[in-house]
Design a protein around this ligand. Sequence first.
Ligand code: ADP
Length: 205
Amino acid sequence: MRILILGPQGSGKGTQAKRIAAVYDVPHVATGDILRGAIAEGSELGRRVEPILERGDLVPDDLMVDLIRERLADEHGFVLDGFPRTVPQAEALDAMLEEIGKPLDVVLLLEVSDDIALERLLERRAEEGRRDDAPDVIRNRLRLYHGLTEPVVARYHPMLHAVDGELTVGEVFAAVEEALGQVAVVRLQPEPGSSLDSDPERVTR
Ligand code: ADP
């Protein structure tokens, strides 16, 4: 199953994506984690992106697209978290998946207000000490979300499953499972007269 999870900072994408990955046996591909890993390693990529993450700005599209192309190259399924964040990134992702004949199965959107997002990120800062969870940096990240990532949400509107991200973790996951279940049902019941889905991996993963 190829799942994209969208939502603002603090909406719980990472938490839900981890649960999805465990239950549906797909890798959790989180660009923020990949970038923080590169910074921790001190690689060339890490040195390049460190000041960008500290400011809460976005890493250039071409760099992110190359990174994702490489990361998804051999994956049949995934839950993608943190990418695409801009329309050019979304265009590149769609083209890349179309090229290999493996489009997204489902796009989830976790919805939360800016007030709740801010509150949660400040809590996380106290617990985890993420440097980009400082109030002025959070404001910049949310501003970029509204300006650059909401058009990505609009692009996927026809296939979007919106979930109320302000509920508890368990309630949100129940809604996520329901959305994913609907997709599986569609896959298991092809239209009368149409040939059966010839790719069994699409049903099971
Ligand atoms: P959040 O969603 O809370 O901002 P992430 O861990 O997903 O946290 O991302 C942290 C930072 O990594 C972002 O603020 C940004 O600087 C960078 N980043 C992650 N994904 C992308 C992307 N697709 N495009 C550009 N920058 C990205």
